[in-house]
Design a protein around this ligand. Structure first.
Ligand code: G3P
Ligand code: CA
Length: 257
């Protein structure tokens, strides 16, 4: 067995606290996660916010599309209603989280951490998401790996187009291509310079050899979203490089860290 994989908190510690909220991310950092995963969307006035769905309905008391609202309008909504939280008194429990604030929080943790940023539906915005992301990362000094910097960013997408755009905008930034379906032919080479492959756990269960194929071609393999003990055991046996989970505290205990 090789090195222990990196453990990433998927939308924060989202099995126990409302996804994409600051308390969920803070919990993950306190639990000792190696990094966090965050989905980003663009508001009507051009801010990147940490929201998974295109619509507001599942995770907030709002309705309609995220991209039709301004940051100020979204800030009025309650994002802390799902799932039930055990920290009702936390003022950030239901507050919309911006990527800007998440990056500041991760940096304030004062240790080596990774942030996996997933851009959603890039084709609907003609590159605006990637341009806003590149500008924000530049402002934080995170648009490329630096020796002096303890926080490292990877941009991920299911869209090869988004990976290509990020490559053009921030050539030094690591990128990951997420995979929901098995490619019909796979020699392990990823498009547009992506060096991290992100297959779903369902793909790895269906074809465990996928991990070896991708790694043999020089890629790291980060698998999402693995929450159950048998899934974690499988991924450890296969020697994956990263596990993206809703339960980082549980997974870290399970693997003896
Ligand atoms: O980490 C990748 C994973 O988050 C992709 O699926 O739907 O949870 O964004 P989704
Ligand atoms: Ca995601």
């Amino acid at each position: 067995m090789g090195e222990s994989p990196l453990i990433f908190a998927h939308r924060g510690s989202s099995a126990v606290l409302p996804e994409h909220t600051l308390p969920a991310y803070q919990r993950a950092l306190d639990e000792g996660a190696d990094g966090v995963e965050c989905d980003v969307r663009l508001t009507r006035d051009g801010h990147l916010v940490c929201v998974h769905d295109r619509r507001l309905d599942r995770t907030s008391n709002g309705t309609g599309r995220v991209s039709r609202r301004t940051l100020a309008e979204l800030a009025e909504l309650d994002f802390g209603r799902w799932p039930d939280s055990d920290v009702p008194a936390d003022p950030d429990r239901g507050r919309l989280l911006t990527l800007d604030r998440l990056l500041g929080t991760v940096r304030d943790a004062g240790r080596e951490l990774q942030v996996l940023i997933e851009t959603k539906h890039p084709t609907h915005h003609g590159g605006d998401v990637e341009r806003a992301l590149a500008a924000l990362l530049r402002r934080h000094g995170l648009d490329q790996p630096r020796d002096s910097e303890r926080v490292a960013v990877t941009v991920m997408s299911f869209s090869a187009l988004a990976v290509r755009r990020m490559r053009e905008l921030a050539p030094g930034l690591p990128t990951a291509l997420l995979m929901e379906l098995l490619p019909s032919t796979l020699r392990g080479t990823l498009p547009f310079g992506a060096r991290i492959a992100g297959p779903g756990i369902h793909l790895v269960k269906a074809r465990p050899r996928l991990v070896r194929t991708l790694q043999a071609a020089g890629n790291k393999v980060y698998v999402w979203t693995a929450n159950e003990p048998d899934e974690i055991d499988l991924l450890i046996d296969l020697g994956v490089d990263g596990i993206i989970t809703d339960r980082p505290g549980f997974v870290l205990k399970h693997i003896g860290r």
